[in-house]
Design a protein around this ligand. Structure first.
Ligand code: C2E
Ligand code: CA
Ligand code: CA
Length: 477
């Protein structure tokens, strides 16, 4: 008797170990596979829908790395407990369900399981519609809302959920899992803490974006970011008056333009460390050029409005300039007109503090922001940059000339400098010159160049007073 009981206990134990995850007590991958196969058999026979939800915690790695693995495990156990309450989770599958006999018994297959790491799966053996599955997914996101306490820390955990439906999105477990995974990545890409239902069109975008995102995280530490510099030319004086720093990303032998990664960096918060890096790098370059060939102008750095809302911006700039021994008025900041209007409350005081320490501020892409202009009189701004879109159409559409004229007049009446960007042709330069805008940037003079090419360009460039827009770069660069 005793022997038999012992054997049975041992068997139960083995079966449990083989089928359930030891950390969370949830069904493991093997058990999920088994249940899913049964559920799919049922669905096939009875002609109903079945759904798989892939649940992945957002940024779990950060928690694990900062609080330690023990805390990570504790957190996973709590998440598991909550997930379990979101479905009709049954630990024991009845024999009937396993035999696929009764037409309701398959519901006992319903469960949440753990695939490994911070990945979980919910199996819904029967759903009436896609909305049913989405409903469970949103219940899951909702269940994460209350903070989790681990290692004396309050953690806010969010998850991204990908939904796949049988038979539409796959006929077997493998295909359903793959497509739930695609949907899950697209939920992550759309900003996380979200649900996405699989659609064939998602197949490329999500993964690709996540790959870029991951690479961008590493770009800073791997020193893959570089600044290129474009001269600002005063065509009346016939000289260079400054440079604008424009960021590039050296990724796998390719130079990625900022339009392809700055918006993403803004979304995921990387723009802050990246901008701080740019400020430090520009200060370092200023030092090198001042020593190298007596460069005495300023470098303008583009900053997102969010950075102006950071209390430590002023200190960071002061320290960067101090560390390199460059004057604060040799650092100029560009904020877009739209950014300025978006962040009014936090941004305006910062502008005053920056102005107080001598840093000059330009409003970038001016004319595109549809902003009220009254604030201009009250803000410590030194320059307006006419957006390239108006410059491009100069001489082609009367509106663009009207806009340029208005901006130039506005700048003059406020005692501000005015710069035209994106000047590509002599014709554009002539029109701007005749309208009273003398400082310009654009391919007509030079493309943005790597620091060493910029230095060579500076040494070679001769600006002719008779035709000041023609820069004599004697040899091609
Ligand atoms: P932006 O500040 O308005 O910069 C001007 C853009 O016009 C640059 O594009 C420049 O290369 C380009 N450009 C200059 N001259 C000409 C021209 O004659 N013709 C044409 N068609 N284009 C010209 P880029 O370097 O691709 O930068 C695009 C935008 O990315 C910038 O627009 C700026 O908003 C943003 N950006 C660049 N670097 C940074 C950075 O370090 N931080 C932040 N936050 N944003 C940056
Ligand atoms: Ca700019
Ligand atoms: Ca601009």
């Amino acid at each position: 008797m005793q022997d038999v009981t012992d054997r049975r206990t041992a068997e139960d134990k083995i079966r449990h170990l083989a089928n359930f995850d030891s950390l969370t007590g949830l069904p493991n991958r093997r058990q999920l596979l088994w249940r899913t196969e049964r559920a799919l058999e049922h669905a096939r026979r009875q002609g109903h829908l079945c759904s798989l939800l892939l649940i992945d915690l957002d940024r779990f790695k950060v928690i694990n790395d900062t609080l330690g693995h023990a805390a990570g495990d504790e957190l996973l156990a709590e998440v598991a407990k909550r997930l379990r309450l979101c479905v009709r989770h049954s630990e024991q599958v009845t024999e009937v369900a396993a035999e696929t006999g009764s037409n309701r018994a398959h519901r006992t297959l319903e469960a949440v399981g753990r695939l490994g790491g911070d990945e979980f799966v919910a199996l819904l053996p029967e759903v009436a519609s896609e909305q049913d599955a989405e409903h469970v997914a949103s219940r899951i996101l909702e269940s994460m809302k209350a903070p989790i306490y681990v290692a004396g820390q309050e953690c806010i955990v969010t998850a991204s959920v990908g939904v796949a439906l049988f038979p539409r999105d796959g006929l077997n477990m493998l295909d359903l899992m793959r497509n739930a995974d695609v949907a899950m990545y697209s939920a992550k890409a759309s900003g996380r803490n979200a649900t996405a239902v699989y659609a064939p069109s998602l197949a490329t975008s999500g993964r690709e974006r996540l790959a870029i995102e991951t690479a961008l995280y590493k770009a800073l530490e791997r020193q893959e970011l570089v600044l290129h510099y474009q001269p600002k030319v005063d065509v009346q004086q016939g000289c260079v008056v400054g440079a604008e720093a424009l960021m590039r990303w050296k990724r796998a032998g390719r130079l990625v333009p900022p339009g392809d990664f700055i918006p993403l960096a803004e979304e995921i918060g990387l723009i802050l460390p990246m901008s701080k890096w740019a400020l430090g790098e520009a200060a370092r370059q200023l030092r090198a050029w001042r020593d190298g060939f007596g460069f005495s102008h300023s470098i303008a750095v583009n900053l997102p409005s969010r950075l102006f809302e950071r209390a430590d911006l002023v200190d960071h700039i002061r320290l960067s300039a101090l560390a390199c021994g460059v004057p604060l008025d040799s650092i100029q900041l560009e904020i877009t007109e739209t950014g300025l209007m978006k962040g009014q409350q936090g941004v305006f005081p910062a502008l005053h503090r920056l102005n107080d320490i001598g840093v000059r501020i330009s409003i970038d892409d001016f004319g595109t922001g549809y902003s009220s202009l009254s604030y201009l009189t009250t803000l410590p701004i030194s320059e307006l940059k006419i957006d390239g879109s108006f410059v491009r159409d100069l001489g082609r559409t009367p509106q663009s000339e009207a806009v340029a004229t208005a901006i130039i007049a506005l700048a003059r009446s406020l005692g501000l400098g005015v710069v035209a960007e994106g000047v590509e042709t002599e014709r554009q330069a002539q029109v701007l010159h005749s309208l009273g805008c003398h400082v310009m940037q654009g391919y007509l003079f030079s493309r943005p160049l790597p620091a060493e090419d910029f230095e060579r360009w500076m040494l070679r460039a001769r600006i002719q007073p008779s035709a000041p827009w023609i820069l004599m770069a004697e040899e091609p660069l």
